[in-house]
Design a protein around this ligand. Structure first.
Ligand code: FEO
Length: 401
Protein backbone atom coordinates (compact mmCIF):
# COMPACT_ATOMS: atom_id res chain seq x y z
CA UNK A 1 0.00 0.00 0.00
CA UNK A 2 1.20 3.50 -0.81
CA UNK A 3 0.42 6.35 1.58
CA UNK A 4 -1.86 9.04 0.17
CA UNK A 5 -0.22 12.42 -0.33
CA UNK A 6 -2.37 15.18 1.18
CA UNK A 7 0.25 17.95 0.91
CA UNK A 8 3.86 18.26 -0.12
CA UNK A 9 5.76 15.64 1.93
CA UNK A 10 2.68 14.97 4.08
CA UNK A 11 1.11 11.54 3.75
CA UNK A 12 -2.11 9.96 4.98
CA UNK A 13 -1.75 6.36 6.14
CA UNK A 14 -5.42 5.36 6.09
CA UNK A 15 -5.61 2.06 7.91
CA UNK A 16 -9.15 0.89 7.30
CA UNK A 17 -10.81 -1.74 9.42
CA UNK A 18 -13.88 -2.43 7.29
CA UNK A 19 -15.03 -5.49 9.21
CA UNK A 20 -14.72 -4.24 12.76
CA UNK A 21 -18.18 -4.22 14.27
CA UNK A 22 -17.61 -3.23 17.88
CA UNK A 23 -15.39 -0.68 19.60
CA UNK A 24 -14.42 -0.84 23.28
CA UNK A 25 -16.51 -4.04 23.36
CA UNK A 26 -19.49 -1.67 23.42
CA UNK A 27 -19.94 0.73 20.52
CA UNK A 28 -21.42 -0.71 17.32
CA UNK A 29 -19.50 0.19 14.16
CA UNK A 30 -22.01 -0.20 11.32
CA UNK A 31 -19.53 1.31 8.86
CA UNK A 32 -16.31 -0.06 10.34
CA UNK A 33 -13.59 2.40 11.27
CA UNK A 34 -10.10 3.51 10.35
CA UNK A 35 -7.00 4.25 12.39
CA UNK A 36 -5.25 7.13 10.72
CA UNK A 37 -1.54 7.78 10.96
CA UNK A 38 0.24 10.57 9.11
CA UNK A 39 3.81 10.89 7.94
CA UNK A 40 5.44 14.33 7.77
CA UNK A 41 8.83 14.54 6.07
CA UNK A 42 10.96 17.59 6.73
CA UNK A 43 14.25 18.25 4.97
CA UNK A 44 16.10 16.97 8.06
CA UNK A 45 13.77 14.77 10.06
CA UNK A 46 10.67 12.62 9.64
CA UNK A 47 7.77 12.25 12.05
CA UNK A 48 4.99 9.69 12.22
CA UNK A 49 1.85 11.10 13.81
CA UNK A 50 0.06 8.33 15.74
CA UNK A 51 0.11 4.66 14.78
CA UNK A 52 -2.73 2.13 14.61
CA UNK A 53 -4.58 -0.49 16.56
CA UNK A 54 -2.05 -3.33 16.91
CA UNK A 55 -4.50 -5.68 15.21
CA UNK A 56 -3.84 -3.75 12.00
CA UNK A 57 -0.14 -3.05 12.45
CA UNK A 58 0.83 -5.05 9.38
CA UNK A 59 -1.02 -2.47 7.26
CA UNK A 60 0.84 0.33 9.05
CA UNK A 61 4.18 -1.37 8.36
CA UNK A 62 3.24 -1.93 4.75
CA UNK A 63 2.70 1.83 4.46
CA UNK A 64 6.08 2.41 6.12
CA UNK A 65 8.06 -0.11 4.07
CA UNK A 66 9.98 2.59 2.15
CA UNK A 67 10.63 4.74 5.23
CA UNK A 68 14.23 3.98 6.16
CA UNK A 69 14.61 6.45 9.00
CA UNK A 70 12.06 7.72 11.46
CA UNK A 71 13.02 10.36 14.01
CA UNK A 72 9.80 10.92 15.91
CA UNK A 73 6.49 9.28 16.70
CA UNK A 74 4.07 11.95 17.84
CA UNK A 75 1.44 10.49 20.15
CA UNK A 76 -1.71 12.59 20.47
CA UNK A 77 -3.62 10.15 22.64
CA UNK A 78 -2.71 7.06 24.64
CA UNK A 79 -5.78 5.01 23.75
CA UNK A 80 -4.53 1.87 22.09
CA UNK A 81 -6.33 2.27 18.76
CA UNK A 82 -3.73 4.99 18.04
CA UNK A 83 -0.88 4.19 20.38
CA UNK A 84 -1.00 0.39 20.49
CA UNK A 85 1.52 -0.06 17.67
CA UNK A 86 4.06 2.41 19.08
CA UNK A 87 6.13 -0.36 20.74
CA UNK A 88 6.35 -2.18 17.38
CA UNK A 89 7.33 1.04 15.59
CA UNK A 90 10.06 1.60 18.18
CA UNK A 91 11.34 -1.92 17.55
CA UNK A 92 11.62 -1.18 13.83
CA UNK A 93 13.05 2.31 14.36
CA UNK A 94 15.06 2.08 17.62
CA UNK A 95 16.41 5.62 17.27
CA UNK A 96 12.94 7.18 17.12
CA UNK A 97 11.64 9.19 20.08
CA UNK A 98 8.04 9.42 21.22
CA UNK A 99 6.92 13.06 21.27
CA UNK A 100 4.04 13.85 23.56
CA UNK A 101 2.82 15.78 26.59
CA UNK A 102 3.65 14.71 30.17
CA UNK A 103 0.18 13.27 30.87
CA UNK A 104 0.19 11.18 27.70
CA UNK A 105 3.74 10.02 28.50
CA UNK A 106 2.51 8.83 31.91
CA UNK A 107 -0.35 6.91 30.26
CA UNK A 108 1.88 5.38 27.57
CA UNK A 109 4.33 4.24 30.23
CA UNK A 110 1.59 2.53 32.22
CA UNK A 111 -0.50 1.17 29.35
CA UNK A 112 2.28 0.11 26.99
CA UNK A 113 5.37 -0.05 29.22
CA UNK A 114 7.32 2.32 26.99
CA UNK A 115 10.47 3.31 28.95
CA UNK A 116 10.87 6.93 30.09
CA UNK A 117 14.06 7.50 28.10
CA UNK A 118 12.16 7.03 24.84
CA UNK A 119 10.17 10.23 25.30
CA UNK A 120 10.51 13.88 24.39
CA UNK A 121 7.98 15.95 26.35
CA UNK A 122 6.34 18.91 24.68
CA UNK A 123 4.59 21.91 26.19
CA UNK A 124 1.30 23.43 25.09
CA UNK A 125 2.03 25.44 21.91
CA UNK A 126 5.57 24.03 21.81
CA UNK A 127 7.08 23.41 18.37
CA UNK A 128 9.30 20.88 16.66
CA UNK A 129 11.13 21.79 13.49
CA UNK A 130 11.58 18.93 11.01
CA UNK A 131 13.30 21.16 8.45
CA UNK A 132 10.79 23.27 6.53
CA UNK A 133 7.93 21.58 8.40
CA UNK A 134 7.01 22.97 11.81
CA UNK A 135 4.85 20.92 14.13
CA UNK A 136 3.09 22.93 16.80
CA UNK A 137 1.54 20.94 19.63
CA UNK A 138 -1.72 22.21 21.01
CA UNK A 139 -3.15 20.59 24.12
CA UNK A 140 -6.79 19.74 23.50
CA UNK A 141 -7.63 17.94 26.75
CA UNK A 142 -10.73 15.84 27.34
CA UNK A 143 -11.61 15.12 23.75
CA UNK A 144 -11.94 12.59 25.08
CA UNK A 145 -9.20 11.64 27.57
CA UNK A 146 -7.34 14.06 29.81
CA UNK A 147 -4.10 13.80 27.81
CA UNK A 148 -5.44 14.38 24.29
CA UNK A 149 -3.61 16.88 22.11
CA UNK A 150 -3.49 18.01 18.49
CA UNK A 151 -0.69 19.05 16.15
CA UNK A 152 -0.79 22.02 13.80
CA UNK A 153 1.45 21.82 10.77
CA UNK A 154 1.99 25.49 10.07
CA UNK A 155 3.40 25.38 6.56
CA UNK A 156 0.53 23.26 5.22
CA UNK A 157 -2.28 24.62 7.44
CA UNK A 158 -3.26 21.14 8.63
CA UNK A 159 -4.56 20.33 12.11
CA UNK A 160 -4.01 16.71 13.12
CA UNK A 161 -6.76 16.45 15.67
CA UNK A 162 -6.77 12.76 16.68
CA UNK A 163 -10.28 11.69 17.88
CA UNK A 164 -11.56 15.30 17.79
CA UNK A 165 -13.62 15.58 14.52
CA UNK A 166 -13.27 11.84 13.88
CA UNK A 167 -15.80 9.41 12.48
CA UNK A 168 -16.01 5.66 12.63
CA UNK A 169 -16.10 5.30 8.87
CA UNK A 170 -14.00 2.89 6.84
CA UNK A 171 -13.79 4.21 3.32
CA UNK A 172 -11.42 4.23 0.40
CA UNK A 173 -12.00 7.98 0.01
CA UNK A 174 -9.25 10.08 1.56
CA UNK A 175 -11.41 13.19 1.91
CA UNK A 176 -14.82 13.56 3.47
CA UNK A 177 -18.00 14.50 1.65
CA UNK A 178 -20.51 16.41 3.76
CA UNK A 179 -23.50 14.19 3.03
CA UNK A 180 -21.56 10.99 3.66
CA UNK A 181 -19.66 12.01 6.76
CA UNK A 182 -22.42 13.85 8.64
CA UNK A 183 -24.06 10.85 10.29
CA UNK A 184 -20.85 8.97 11.14
CA UNK A 185 -19.49 12.19 12.66
CA UNK A 186 -22.67 12.75 14.65
CA UNK A 187 -22.63 9.16 15.88
CA UNK A 188 -18.98 9.53 16.88
CA UNK A 189 -19.63 12.85 18.62
CA UNK A 190 -22.59 11.34 20.49
CA UNK A 191 -20.74 8.26 21.68
CA UNK A 192 -17.34 9.76 22.43
CA UNK A 193 -17.50 13.54 22.78
CA UNK A 194 -20.97 14.42 24.12
CA UNK A 195 -20.10 13.78 27.79
CA UNK A 196 -17.29 16.32 27.34
CA UNK A 197 -19.26 19.06 25.56
CA UNK A 198 -17.73 21.76 27.77
CA UNK A 199 -14.21 20.65 26.78
CA UNK A 200 -15.27 20.43 23.14
CA UNK A 201 -16.36 24.06 23.32
CA UNK A 202 -13.16 25.26 24.98
CA UNK A 203 -11.02 23.35 22.47
CA UNK A 204 -13.02 24.78 19.56
CA UNK A 205 -12.26 28.19 21.02
CA UNK A 206 -8.59 27.27 21.26
CA UNK A 207 -8.28 26.37 17.57
CA UNK A 208 -10.63 28.99 16.16
CA UNK A 209 -7.92 31.45 15.12
CA UNK A 210 -5.72 28.88 13.39
CA UNK A 211 -5.48 29.24 9.65
CA UNK A 212 -6.82 25.82 8.67
CA UNK A 213 -6.88 24.29 5.22
CA UNK A 214 -7.58 20.77 6.47
CA UNK A 215 -8.47 18.86 9.62
CA UNK A 216 -6.92 15.42 9.67
CA UNK A 217 -8.48 13.26 12.40
CA UNK A 218 -7.44 9.81 13.55
CA UNK A 219 -10.67 8.09 12.45
CA UNK A 220 -12.47 8.49 9.14
CA UNK A 221 -11.58 10.68 6.18
CA UNK A 222 -9.70 14.00 6.19
CA UNK A 223 -11.83 17.14 6.15
CA UNK A 224 -11.11 19.90 3.65
CA UNK A 225 -14.38 21.60 4.51
CA UNK A 226 -13.17 22.93 7.84
CA UNK A 227 -16.11 25.30 8.33
CA UNK A 228 -18.60 22.49 7.88
CA UNK A 229 -17.08 20.17 10.47
CA UNK A 230 -16.26 22.85 13.04
CA UNK A 231 -19.81 24.18 12.57
CA UNK A 232 -21.25 20.73 13.31
CA UNK A 233 -19.20 20.44 16.47
CA UNK A 234 -20.16 23.95 17.52
CA UNK A 235 -23.86 23.14 17.10
CA UNK A 236 -23.71 19.79 18.87
CA UNK A 237 -21.63 21.06 21.76
CA UNK A 238 -23.93 24.06 22.23
CA UNK A 239 -26.54 21.58 23.47
CA UNK A 240 -29.46 23.14 21.60
CA UNK A 241 -32.28 20.61 21.49
CA UNK A 242 -34.83 20.02 18.76
CA UNK A 243 -38.55 19.37 18.78
CA UNK A 244 -37.90 15.66 19.14
CA UNK A 245 -38.59 12.96 21.74
CA UNK A 246 -36.55 9.82 22.19
CA UNK A 247 -38.67 6.93 23.39
CA UNK A 248 -36.43 4.06 24.40
CA UNK A 249 -38.37 1.08 25.65
CA UNK A 250 -38.56 -2.62 26.26
CA UNK A 251 -41.72 -4.69 26.63
CA UNK A 252 -42.17 -8.26 27.86
CA UNK A 253 -45.80 -9.13 27.19
CA UNK A 254 -46.87 -6.15 25.09
CA UNK A 255 -48.40 -3.83 27.73
CA UNK A 256 -45.55 -1.31 27.71
CA UNK A 257 -45.47 -1.51 23.90
CA UNK A 258 -49.17 -0.54 23.76
CA UNK A 259 -48.42 2.54 25.86
CA UNK A 260 -45.35 3.40 23.78
CA UNK A 261 -47.29 3.13 20.53
CA UNK A 262 -50.02 5.37 21.90
CA UNK A 263 -47.46 7.94 23.04
CA UNK A 264 -45.71 7.88 19.66
CA UNK A 265 -49.02 8.41 17.80
CA UNK A 266 -50.12 11.29 20.02
CA UNK A 267 -46.75 13.01 19.86
CA UNK A 268 -46.62 12.73 16.10
CA UNK A 269 -50.17 14.09 15.84
CA UNK A 270 -49.02 17.03 17.96
CA UNK A 271 -46.09 17.72 15.64
CA UNK A 272 -43.33 16.34 17.87
CA UNK A 273 -40.65 14.33 16.06
CA UNK A 274 -40.17 10.88 17.58
CA UNK A 275 -37.27 8.46 17.64
CA UNK A 276 -38.61 5.13 18.92
CA UNK A 277 -36.01 2.54 19.89
CA UNK A 278 -36.75 -0.95 21.20
CA UNK A 279 -33.97 -1.80 23.65
CA UNK A 280 -34.58 -5.54 23.43
CA UNK A 281 -31.82 -5.55 20.83
CA UNK A 282 -30.53 -2.13 20.00
CA UNK A 283 -27.70 -0.11 18.57
CA UNK A 284 -26.28 2.06 21.34
CA UNK A 285 -25.06 4.50 18.71
CA UNK A 286 -28.64 5.21 17.56
CA UNK A 287 -29.65 6.04 21.11
CA UNK A 288 -26.57 8.21 21.52
CA UNK A 289 -27.27 10.10 18.27
CA UNK A 290 -30.87 10.74 19.28
CA UNK A 291 -29.67 12.04 22.63
CA UNK A 292 -27.56 14.76 20.99
CA UNK A 293 -30.61 16.92 20.31
CA UNK A 294 -33.79 15.28 21.65
CA UNK A 295 -35.62 17.72 23.93
CA UNK A 296 -37.45 14.88 25.70
CA UNK A 297 -36.44 11.39 26.76
CA UNK A 298 -39.06 8.81 27.76
CA UNK A 299 -38.03 5.42 29.06
CA UNK A 300 -40.61 2.67 28.67
CA UNK A 301 -40.23 -0.39 30.86
CA UNK A 302 -42.18 -3.26 32.37
CA UNK A 303 -41.56 -4.20 36.00
CA UNK A 304 -39.24 -7.14 36.64
CA UNK A 305 -38.46 -8.36 40.15
CA UNK A 306 -39.90 -5.16 41.61
CA UNK A 307 -37.81 -2.83 39.44
CA UNK A 308 -37.26 -1.76 35.83
CA UNK A 309 -36.37 -4.29 33.16
CA UNK A 310 -32.54 -4.75 33.12
CA UNK A 311 -32.42 -3.56 29.50
CA UNK A 312 -34.16 -0.35 30.51
CA UNK A 313 -31.62 -0.03 33.34
CA UNK A 314 -28.86 -0.35 30.76
CA UNK A 315 -30.49 2.31 28.56
CA UNK A 316 -30.91 4.66 31.53
CA UNK A 317 -27.30 4.12 32.60
CA UNK A 318 -26.08 4.82 29.06
CA UNK A 319 -28.19 7.99 28.78
CA UNK A 320 -26.91 9.23 32.13
CA UNK A 321 -23.27 8.55 31.21
CA UNK A 322 -23.58 10.45 27.92
CA UNK A 323 -24.83 13.58 29.72
CA UNK A 324 -27.32 14.71 27.06
CA UNK A 325 -28.98 18.12 27.16
CA UNK A 326 -32.59 16.88 27.18
CA UNK A 327 -34.98 19.27 28.90
CA UNK A 328 -37.72 16.83 29.89
CA UNK A 329 -37.77 13.22 30.99
CA UNK A 330 -40.44 10.69 31.92
CA UNK A 331 -41.09 6.99 32.44
CA UNK A 332 -43.97 4.87 31.23
CA UNK A 333 -44.71 1.19 31.70
CA UNK A 334 -46.72 -1.46 33.44
CA UNK A 335 -46.41 -3.75 36.44
CA UNK A 336 -47.96 -6.98 37.60
CA UNK A 337 -48.27 -6.53 41.34
CA UNK A 338 -46.03 -3.65 42.44
CA UNK A 339 -42.48 -2.33 42.44
CA UNK A 340 -40.29 0.74 42.48
CA UNK A 341 -39.59 1.18 38.79
CA UNK A 342 -39.91 4.97 38.65
CA UNK A 343 -37.84 5.58 41.79
CA UNK A 344 -35.06 3.31 40.53
CA UNK A 345 -34.93 4.87 37.04
CA UNK A 346 -35.10 8.39 38.47
CA UNK A 347 -32.19 7.62 40.77
CA UNK A 348 -30.12 6.44 37.82
CA UNK A 349 -30.19 9.62 35.75
CA UNK A 350 -28.82 12.45 37.89
CA UNK A 351 -26.77 13.80 34.98
CA UNK A 352 -29.90 14.64 33.04
CA UNK A 353 -30.69 18.12 34.28
CA UNK A 354 -34.22 17.70 33.01
CA UNK A 355 -37.68 18.44 34.34
CA UNK A 356 -39.40 15.19 35.27
CA UNK A 357 -42.83 14.95 33.70
CA UNK A 358 -45.36 12.86 35.61
CA UNK A 359 -44.71 9.17 34.83
CA UNK A 360 -47.46 6.83 33.73
CA UNK A 361 -47.16 3.41 35.36
CA UNK A 362 -50.19 1.14 35.09
CA UNK A 363 -51.26 -2.26 36.39
CA UNK A 364 -51.31 -4.98 33.75
CA UNK A 365 -52.56 -4.37 30.22
CA UNK A 366 -53.43 -0.69 29.85
CA UNK A 367 -57.11 0.22 29.79
CA UNK A 368 -58.57 3.18 27.92
CA UNK A 369 -58.42 5.08 31.21
CA UNK A 370 -54.69 4.29 31.43
CA UNK A 371 -54.15 5.31 27.84
CA UNK A 372 -55.88 8.61 28.53
CA UNK A 373 -53.01 9.25 30.98
CA UNK A 374 -50.56 8.54 28.16
CA UNK A 375 -52.47 11.05 26.04
CA UNK A 376 -52.08 13.59 28.85
CA UNK A 377 -48.34 12.96 28.97
CA UNK A 378 -48.13 13.42 25.19
CA UNK A 379 -50.06 16.70 25.45
CA UNK A 380 -47.79 17.85 28.27
CA UNK A 381 -44.64 17.06 26.24
CA UNK A 382 -46.04 18.80 23.15
CA UNK A 383 -46.97 21.85 25.25
CA UNK A 384 -43.52 21.99 26.85
CA UNK A 385 -41.88 21.74 23.42
CA UNK A 386 -44.12 24.40 22.01
CA UNK A 387 -43.24 26.74 24.86
CA UNK A 388 -39.51 25.93 24.56
CA UNK A 389 -39.21 26.27 20.82
CA UNK A 390 -41.45 29.31 20.44
CA UNK A 391 -39.36 30.99 23.08
CA UNK A 392 -36.14 30.01 21.29
CA UNK A 393 -37.51 31.26 17.97
CA UNK A 394 -38.66 34.51 19.52
CA UNK A 395 -35.25 34.98 21.11
CA UNK A 396 -33.43 34.48 17.82
CA UNK A 397 -35.84 36.83 16.03
CA UNK A 398 -35.21 39.58 18.55
CA UNK A 399 -31.49 38.87 18.61
CA UNK A 400 -31.48 38.14 22.30
CA UNK A 401 -30.49 34.52 21.95
FE1 FEO B 1 -9.68 6.68 18.78
FE2 FEO B 1 -9.91 7.58 21.93
O1 FEO B 1 -9.25 6.60 20.57
Amino acid sequence: MKPYKIADNVYFLQINHFNRRLFDSLIPLPEGTSYNAYLVKGSERTALLDTADPEKREVLFDFLKDVKKLDYVVSHHAEQDHSGSIPFVLEKYPMAKVVTNPKCKEFLMSHLHIPAEKFIEVKDYGTLDLGGKTLQFIYTPWVHWPETMSTYLKEDRILFSCDFFGSHLATSSAFSEETVVHDPMKRYYAEIMMPFATSVKSNLEKIKDLDLGMIAPSHGPVHKNVKFVTGLYRDWAAGETKNKALIAYVSMHGSTAIMVNRLVSRLQEAGVGVEKINMEQFDEGRVAMALVDAATVVIGTPTVLAGPHPKAVYGAYLANALRPKAKFVSVIGSYGWGGKTVEIIAGMIPNLKAEVLKPVIVKGKPTETDLALVDELAALIAGKHSELFNRTEAKSLTGNG
